[in-house]
Design a protein around this ligand. Structure first.
Ligand SMILES: NC(=O)CC(=O)C(=O)O
Length: 267
């Protein structure tokens, strides 16, 4: 399986509409040039994850303009597209940080509402509702578990995804530069403890005065970093051998030694 992560620079000064059409073109261009099976975009790339004051004004219904543009980009490009996340407004007016995954025919394969909202007593944590469901998507190449940004700090979510069959975690993010070390550390930790591929796609540039970490990263099930971006706009393309997930779990069967949170301890 080949995957391309597009680390978008969410800079002030570019309108949401122009970024949406620029990103749609980028998806087509990257798909044509790199020939990936899967393209991944970051969290809240229309607004920026820290532009809290724009969440309400830019929120969309699930099938809003970003959904439409990304569904078309996926089908034009003929790829699986994890379109990152959008600020979603549901029918009752509540906001969620919702990821969208499209299949190559442009239909929605899955959506995931971010469970752990960032900000403690402000920002996303008070403006958006919490998702409550773990989501995995089965593509022909891999079973993909979905998580978003701050979720990376909560290993129990990822263990739940592994129990649901995930062989790969795709994590769109808008992680800030000041905690970049944590970002890479968590991406590698989740890969090692769950013996999966981790594709973590962040934003570059600066928005709402917050310099972004960038450094999107792809980690294999042994914890090796296969590719890592810098801090600007960049595309990372990697070939993934999904057989490595089963091989790692067989050679080093630590997941079988779990005693807590499993119904019947295996030994
Ligand atoms: N922005 C986030 O969702 C997460 C974050 O910044 C962190 O450090 O965690």
């Amino acid at each position: 399986m080949r995957a391309s992560l597009i680390q978008i620079a969410v800079d002030e000064g570019e309108s949401v509409n122009s970024r949406r059409s620029r990103v749609s073109s980028l998806v087509r261009e990257v798909a044509g040039r790199e020939r990936p099976d899967l393209v991944v975009l970051p969290e809240l790339w229309t607004t920026g994850a820290f532009a809290y004051e724009t969440f309400a004004s830019e929120a969309e219904s699930l099938e809003g303009p970003t959904y439409e543009a990304m569904a078309k980009a996926a089908s034009d490009a003929g790829v699986w597209l994890h379109a990152g996340s959008v600020p979603e407004r549901d029918a009752s007016g509540d906001l969620y940080n919702t990821s969208l995954v499209f299949s190559p025919d442009g239909s929605l394969a899955a959506s995931y509402r971010k469970i752990h909202r960032f900000g403690f007593d402000k920002g996303e944590a008070v403006l958006m509702g919490a998702g409550s469901e773990l989501v995995t998507v089965r593509t022909p190449a891999a079973a993909i578990g979905l998580a978003t940004c701050y979720d990376l700090r909560f290993p129990e979510l990822f263990r739940g995804l592994v129990d649901a069959g995930a062989e790969m975690f795709v994590v769109p993010a808008g992680w800030p530069a000041r905690r970049r070390e944590h970002w890479t550390l968590f991406a590698r930790a989740r890969a090692v403890e769950d013996q999966v591929y981790v594709l973590a796609c962040g934003t570059g540039g600066t928005h709402a005065g917050v310099p972004q970490a960038g450094h999107s990263v792809v980690v294999d099930p042994w914890g090796e970093v296969l590719a890592e971006a810098g801090d600007g706009e960049e595309v990372l393309t990697v070939d993934l051998d999904l057989a490595k997930v089963a091989a790692t779990r067989e050679q080093f069967p630590a997941l079988k030694d779990r005693l807590l949170g499993v119904e019947a301890p295996p030994r």
